[in-house]
Write a protein that binds this ligand. Structure first.
Ligand code: ZN
Length: 275
């Protein structure tokens, strides 16, 4: 049974990759049928016992299963894992904060792959753990790097990725449980900036290197609600954003396809053309 399951997972992955390659081929002006050449940057943290989850969650648990040589003489290994949907590098599906929003399996794949930019807000975030990325940060980015591309995957580099997996530095507290939520201090996207993006720009998805698109002190999760009402999903706890240029690269961010899921583990990569 477990071996059948493994085959199903491989088949699923094969279909997802075939679609990804198809989309990239369509975007390939030379028509070579190849993936765009370039440096591939892994934007996901590994899932293990140190992976950061919300203080109210248990975390990632790997239950080791059989590992060794079977009676038939071949090597075999298979484990089980369990975790909350929202933890580690993951996607928030719009239904996370919007009753009519799309669930994980309903997000169009086209929204999860395409041109991307990174807005570097690491300086103000280093000075203020509660920093909220503003409209003027977005305007400053465009003055320097040009307008945001259409259907952009918009990433924010707060610099907090460098603290991973140190809970105290990354979250602002090592405490766990309901009471710890009030002690969270990390940057996020200001609701006014989220509104501005939806009104004035064409955004496919947003992402950042903190646990939440709303800042740690948020009580009403306004930025989540504003984005998800318009079916714009968010990638959280992204890794390696410092390895990306400001613009001119692509992102492919494919989550596990949980039917009805409000979010789930995300394997995100960037492809950065080499000049
Ligand atoms: Zn989430």
């Amino acid at each position: 049974m477990r071996r059948d399951g493994k085959r199903a997972v491989l088949k699923h992955l094969g279909v997802a990759l075939a679609i990804a390659f198809g989309v990239l081929r369509a975007a390939d002006p030379a028509g070579s049928g190849e993936l765009p050449s370039g440096r591939v940057v892994d934007l996901s943290h590994a899932f293990d016992a140190d992976t950061i989850f919300w203080p109210t969650e248990e975390g990632f648990v790997l239950e080791p299963g059989f590992k060794g040589v079977t009676e038939q003489g071949y090597f075999y290994a298979a484990n089980r894992f369990r975790q909350a949907e929202h933890g580690g590098t993951h996607i928030d599906a719009p239904v996370h904060f919007s009753a009519a929003g799309r669930s994980l399996d309903e997000i169009p794949l086209r929204q999860l792959m395409g041109p991307a930019v990174v807005v570097d807000v690491s300086k103000p975030c280093a000075a203020d753990r509660d920093y909220r990325i503003s409209v003027s940060d977005l305007e400053a980015f465009e003055r320097r790097h040009g307008p945001l591309p259409e259907r952009v995957i918009l990433l924010f580099r707060t610099g907090f990725g460098r603290y991973w997996p140190d809970r105290a530095r990354y979250l602002g507290t090592e405490a766990r449980g309901d009471d710890a939520v009030a002690e969270l201090h990390f940057p996020g996207l200001h609701p006014d900036a989220a509104r501005w993006l939806l009104e004035h720009r064409d955004v496919a998805a947003v992402g950042l290197d903190t646990p939440s698109i709303d800042y740690g002190q948020s009580k009403h999760f306004e930025t989540h609600r504003i984005l998800f009402e318009q079916n714009v999903p968010a990638f959280e706890n992204l890794a390696n954003l410092e390895a990306l240029p400001a613009r001119g690269f692509s992102v492919i961010a494919l989550p596990m396809k949980i039917r009805g899921g409000s979010g789930g583990p995300l394997r995100a990569v960037a492809i950065v053309p080499e000049n």
